[in-house]
Design a protein around this ligand. Structure first.
Ligand SMILES: *[C@@H]1O[C@H](CO)[C@@H](O)[C@H](O)[C@H]1NC(C)=O
Ligand SMILES: *[C@@H]1O[C@H](CO)[C@@H](O)[C@H](O)[C@H]1NC(C)=O
Ligand SMILES: *[C@@H]1O[C@H](CO)[C@@H](O)[C@H](O)[C@H]1NC(C)=O
Ligand SMILES: *[C@@H]1O[C@H](CO)[C@@H](O)[C@H](O)[C@H]1NC(C)=O
Ligand SMILES: CC(=O)N[C@H]1CO[C@H](CO)[C@@H](O)[C@@H]1O
Length: 291
């Protein structure tokens, strides 16, 4: 679904100097699920979901625990994704000790070379009793990511928070990079966001920065934009890891997505580069060639 979109961005700088910047993006992925009249249970095969499949693939793979003392086996299942009552539904099934896996859901853009742009989604998270991570993100590789992640209440060290993160978020020694993450508690005591209601999550990605917005309000800005050329994903997942989801929810968690609106340019790089050493100022590709 490609269209030429003219984005007019008003940039207000300090000193109330008002500048106007006009950006043009060549590609779009736009789905307003509230306009889907029909429920679609079989997104993979149903004709009514052709437009959807044109833009998205459904995850269906095992994510085996590399370290069973820390993590649980997990599986993305395409059957956990459907369209129902005007929303795209992603489900993480209820889990208990002894289960062979936690069953979860994810979609990924067909396009793998998404570059600068503006990326918006509106969703809510319901039904959790324990750990789950509802996420909307752009992914190039583990060191080049733009993440919006909600960790539900549970046993995770970062439970009940909203994380806005640009990767790399850790340096070579594993220490957090200052300013890579903004983490906000969801608890109403701390003026947290009610994830049971629909909210708009957005990030704007340019050659100069990444800006993150909650319901149109700037919540985080990172001046280290990753190298462009990645895909867009929405995922609802758990891994049992106390540093991440914590113990998976005992009940079925639902991420209901009302719409996804992305306008962006594509990159034409002949081959992906790793972001390995980018904070030193060098980009290196997978053959170790650095620019
Ligand atoms: C996107 O591509 C269009 C057409 O090539 C170009 O005019 C525009 O400057 C690009 N925008 C960004 C942010 O790179
Ligand atoms: C879960 O989050 C709360 C609120 O931030 C925190 O007090 C608690 O310690 C966290 N739980 C764990 C197991 O870290
Ligand atoms: C709570 O959040 C609202 C909206 O973001 C903000 O206007 C208000 O000042 C905040 N209140 C407190 C006590 O932080
Ligand atoms: C998402 O859907 C809601 C309700 O239909 C609408 O108000 C909102 O403008 C939409 N947002 C985007 C980014 O499309
Ligand atoms: C689930 C989770 O922990 N998400 C992010 C929270 O913030 C850290 C950085 O401090 C990120 O690395 C995680 O991806």
């Amino acid at each position: 679904m490609a269209s030429l979109v003219l984005m007019l961005l008003s940039v207000i700088t300090f000193g109330s100097l008002v500048a106007s910047q006009s950006d043009e993006y060549t590609h779009s992925i736009v789905h307003d699920f509230s306009t889907y009249k029909d429920n679609v249970d079989k997104l993979l095969t149903d004709d009514k979901a052709k437009d959807f499949r044109n833009d998205w693939q459904l995850y269906d793979y095992w994510q085996r625990a590399d370290n069973p003392t820390i993590r649980v086996d997990a599986k993305y299942d395409h059957e956990n994704v459907r369209i129902k009552d005007g929303a795209l539904i992603l489900e993480q099934k209820g889990w208990k000790e002894g289960d062979d896996k936690v069953s979860m859901a994810g979609i990924q853009s067909q396009l793998l070379n998404i570059g600068y742009g503006t990326f918006t989604t509106v969703f809510k998270v319901t039904g959790d009793d324990g750990g789950s991570v509802a996420s909307f993100f752009w992914y190039r590789d583990d060191r080049a990511e733009i993440d919006v992640e909600i960790v539900t209440r549970g046993t995770s060290l970062v439970n009940d928070t909203m994380n806005w993160t640009t990767h790399p978020s850790l340096d070579d020694l594993g220490n957090p990079i200052f300013g890579a993450t903004v983490r906000v508690p969801l608890d109403p005591k701390f003026n947290g966001t009610n994830i049971r209601e629909y909210h708009e999550y957005r990030f704007d990605y340019s050659k100069d920065n990444v800006k993150y917005f909650l319901d149109g309000t700037l919540v985080h800005e990172d001046l280290r934009p990753p190298l462009p050329g990645g895909n867009l994903q929405l995922k609802l997942w758990a891994d049992g890891n106390m540093w991440w989801s914590g113990k998976p929810s005992a009940t079925t968690v639902t991420m209901s997505v009302q719409n996804i609106t992305a306008h962006f340019n594509l990159t034409e790089e002949p081959k992906p580069m790793a972001a390995r050493s980018w904070w030193t100022g060098y980009w290196c590709d997978y053959d170790g060639l650095c620019a």
